[in-house]
Write a protein that binds this ligand. Structure first.
Ligand code: MLT
Length: 403
């Protein structure tokens, strides 16, 4: 995991401004105190001095969501979001201990410099302290407060909106090969609650909750209607959006997905997976899922995709992974909905998908009035990552007709 143990700090009157609030500069100081406190409990506050590698802040952004007053105790969580040779980035959140309200969060980029101010490698002890790999991954993003959940979202471009909903246990970065080239569209790729860099509450996961989060996100972004594109679990959520908010869905793209509910056998499998994650954490899913997610040729020929998947899976928050497994286990049967879908729909399958075989996707497409169906060669369960060019072409052609 890439997070370190949380740190609690009480706010004293001297920390606050004349109106009795913890103000902006005080907050930066609080985040800094939490970092040093955390180092004190780990490799020691002198870890950077020992390695002649002082971390200087290159960029700091803080967003404030709620007030913080003297006497309150804040809980600070710190996550490593990027680790380069000489630089690293941290994401920090501050919550009121009493009710877990998210008060503020910050993103900071550090560069380590030596005593001549030259960039120098990040000490290995820091890498070890945070764990083996950062939880995140390239890509611009912002955090928006959606139904009380700090939600990481990439929003790029102008034009009609496309909402990309990722699969399990992945995050918005799985869409990066599509998000980049689809210029002329407003591409919106969030991390679902509990995934990627979004907040991961201990409970509150279901297809309904995910769909309500996304409708609320569209409200915040002032998007009335979007083309909704979901992969696998993202497709289950997309169908839930069609059920609950049909007026928000301008068109539908279902990739590597299915409409039926979980079978009894499938539910038992979900329980086993939940037990595994409870015992060993999301990292344990890497080896279980990789051979199912990717076609064998992708595993051998695409090491960068394998690495990206490992990062996403191992960095997923435990509560969010367990919540998603519960949500998929209890997902409703959307088969009766299919024949009522009244918007243009594209169904995309991977010819070598072992998790949701292409024949399921084809049968699903056959039940949706007027739906197009395409099976992409040389891809398993993750067509946008395994065949990004072909997937972008297929989706681009579908979009062109809509425009
Ligand atoms: C996904 O890719 O989202 C999941 O594999 C879907 C599932 O397990 O049903």
């Amino acid at each position: 995991m890439s997070s370190v143990a949380p740190v609690e700090i009480r706010i004293y009157p001297g920390d606050c401004d004349a109106r009795g609030h913890l103000n902006q500069s005080a907050f930066l100081g609080m985040f800094e105190r939490a970092r040093w406190e955390s180092l004190a409990r780990g490799p020691g506050v002198d870890v950077f001095a020992r390695h002649n590698a002082w971390p200087v802040v290159r960029k700091a952004t803080v967003e404030y969501y709620a007030e913080a007053l003297p006497g309150q105790v804040l809980r600070f969580d710190t996550t490593l979001t990027h680790l380069g040779r000489t630089s690293f980035s941290l994401h920090q959140t501050a919550r009121r201990e009493s009710d877990q309200t998210l008060v503020a969060e910050g993103d900071l980029v550090f560069v380590c410099v030596d005593d001549r101010s030259h960039p120098t490698p990040v000490p290995d002890e820091i890498r070890r302290y945070f764990g083996t790999r950062p939880s995140v991954r390239a890509g611009a993003f912002q955090h928006l407060l959606v139904r009380g959940i700090a939600t990481a979202v990439d929003v790029q471009g102008d034009g009609p909106a496309i909402l990309f909903i990722h699969g399990f246990p992945l995050d918005r970065t799985m869409w990066r090969h599509l998000v980049a080239p689809l210029t002329g569209w407003r591409r919106i790729a969030p991390d679902l609650r509990g995934m990627g860099l979004s907040d991961a509450p201990e409970g509150g996961y279901s297809m309904e909750e995910y769909a309500e989060d996304l409708a609320a996100l569209l409200d915040i972004l002032k998007v009335e209607q979007a083309i909704v594109c979901g992969l696998s679990m993202g497709g289950y959520v997309a169908l839930e959006m069609v059920r609950r908010h049909p007026d928000r869905v301008r068109a539908l793209i279902l990739a590597n997905s299915r409409a039926d509910a979980e079978t009894a056998e499938g539910k038992a499998g979900r329980d086993e997976t939940i037990a595994l994650v409870e015992r060993e954490g999301p990292e344990a899913l890497v080896d279980v899922l990789l051979p199912k997610l990717l076609a064998p040729t992708s595993i051998s020929a695409m090491p960068q995709v394998v690495e990206h998947l490992r990062t996403m899976i191992a960095g997923s928050p435990r509560a969010g992974v367990i919540g998603a497994l519960e949500a998929m286990k209890e997902r409703p049967d959307s088969t009766p909905l299919l024949e009522k879908i009244a918007v243009p729909t594209l169904v995309v399958a991977g010819r070598e998908d072992r998790l949701i075989p292409a024949k399921h996707s084809k049968a699903m497409a056959a039940r949706i009035p007027g739906a197009q169906y395409t099976a992409i060669a040389g891809a398993g369960h993750l067509v946008p990552l395994e065949q990004p060019v072909a997937t972008t072409r297929v989706i681009g052609e579908f979009l062109q007709v809509l425009d």
